[in-house]
Design a binder for this molecule. Structure first.
Ligand SMILES: Cc1cc2nc3c(=O)[nH]c(=O)nc-3n(C[C@H](O)[C@H](O)[C@H](O)COP(=O)(O)OP(=O)(O)OC[C@H]3O[C@@H](n4cnc5c(N)ncnc54)[C@H](O)[C@@H]3O)c2cc1C
Length: 384
């Protein structure tokens, strides 16, 4: 049973909401502070195992709202590598706007927990850095835990001198809505590498799609960069047309903070570590990190050693991040990225700082959402 009363979660994205969901189910009071104006997030392609994980944690039925709000695809076409050979993977995924997913989950949470949950949306004119800062200062007074879930633009490393953000590249992704040239493409995604960058298309319905393009720098003129890249593709430029003017540019390189947590604060989701969208696994990681953080908070509240729990959390996140960096290296090395800027991006992912090198399996397992010393119940607990 938790002894402390209230946690403040900064950021109401998938990570913050999932962490809130687990803690609320364990009688902790939650306040979520969300900068609603920064919610113009990316469109996400979420694979079936991650959808199942979300259903499981949120106790929603497979045909419930969360999935109905998305568009189902069942084939993924990949044109990658020096010979640019096409391969097709049959696998079900859901394509959904991040802000729609966030709204669906917020509705689920408020319906179920209206008494112990407060959600404060900050206005567009609000200075979120100072809000964040004041929340950290207030944390010890009003809250037993501060959970930073404010995404890849988290201010934590700007606010605290002891928190450092390590970045592994400078690549950026341009994201734009467009039309499909033919409705027969409505159930398939496409990824294609050129020597200057890669592009990804995911249908949003029978006639429209999201087009994303990754380049090894921050583009000044995204429309021109996108147009040039598109012209170099063999397949994707035959699949999309009527590209919209309004484009979004996101950071696409992986990064991570160190430390990830301390007494009474913990960073989760992209505030802790962000993944290259190439992996298609950012949501899966964010959900797992959120559940693990909630388990750590519950474990500490119920008497487990604070140091062991926080170390365990750090080890698990570092280990997930390291394996993401290795996957990125494999993918990018097997692509045909000949530009010096891409060679540089790849070289940066090889320079792993010391704190990441010593990752291990951790000393706890998860039983439901409870952290349990692994050596005590080897037979039933899953290693987290
Ligand atoms: C272009 C792109 C494409 C991607 N595609 C995929 C994909 O196909 N599949 C996949 O699994 N993952 C994908 N990802 C990764 C995925 O978006 C993230 O893993 C996931 O959204 C992380 O969730 P989060 O809750 O940590 O962060 P977010 O979803 O970013 O949520 C952060 C929340 O914090 C709020 N906030 C920010 N600052 C403050 C502040 N100072 N105070 C209060 N609130 C604040 C924001 O409004 C937001 O609601 C992609 C990422 C990008 C950039």
């Amino acid at each position: 049973m938790l002894t402390k009363k209230k946690a403040l979660i900064i950021g109401g994205g998938i990570a913050g909401l999932t962490c809130a969901k687990v803690l609320l189910s364990n009688n902790l009071e939650i306040e979520i502070l969300d900068a609603s104006h920064s919610s113009a997030g990316p469109v996400l392609t979420i694979d079936k195992p991650t959808c199942d994980l979300i259903f499981d944690i949120w106790h929603v039925k497979k045909d419930d709202n969360i999935i109905r709000a998305g568009h189902v695809v069942n084939k993924h076409n990949v044109q990658w590598g020096p010979d640019n050979k096409k391969s097709t993977i049959s696998r079900q995924s859901v394509v959904i706007d991040n802000s729609i997913l966030k709204d669906e989950l917020t509705n689920c949470l408020t319906k179920e927990h209206n008494k112990s949950l407060t959600i404060n949306n900050t206005s567009s004119s609000c200075d979120t850095t100072s809000l964040h800062y004041n929340s950290i200062k207030d944390c010890g007074k009003s809250f037993s835990w501060l959970i930073d879930a404010s995404g890849r633009h988290s201010d934590m490393s700007n606010i605290s001198r002891t928190v450092i953000r390590y970045s592994f590249g400078d690549r950026h992704i341009i994201s734009v809505k467009c039309d499909l040239t033919d409705p027969s493409y409505q159930n398939e995604t496409w990824i294609e590498a050129t020597n200057e960058g890669w592009l990804f298309v995911a249908p949003l319905d029978t006639s429209t799609a999201i087009l994303q393009a990754m380049v090894p720098f921050e583009p000044n003129n995204s429309a021109t960069v996108l147009k040039n890249l598109l012209q170099r593709t063999e397949i994707i430029n035959t699949i999309v047309c009527n590209i919209q003017v309004s484009q979004f540019v996101f950071k696409g390189y992986p990064d991570i903070i160190n430390p990830l947590c301390g007494p009474r604060w913990i960073s989760i989701g992209e505030a802790a570590a962000s993944f290259d969208p190439l992996s298609g696994n950012g949501v899966g990681y964010a959900v797992r990190a959120a559940v693990l953080a909630a388990s750590v908070i519950k474990g500490i509240s119920s008497g487990l050693s604070t140091i062991d729990c926080l170390n365990h959390y750090s080890l698990r996140i570092y280990s997930a991040f390291l394996s993401h960096l290795r996957d990125c290296l494999t993918y990018y090395n097997s692509g045909n990225f000949s530009l010096p800027a891409w060679r540089y991006e790849i070289s940066l992912m090889r320079k792993v700082p010391g704190f990441l090198a010593n990752t291990g399996p951790g000393v706890f397992g998860l039983k439901g959402t409870d952290l349990v010393p692994y050596n005590k119940i080897k037979s039933t607990a899953k290693r987290t």
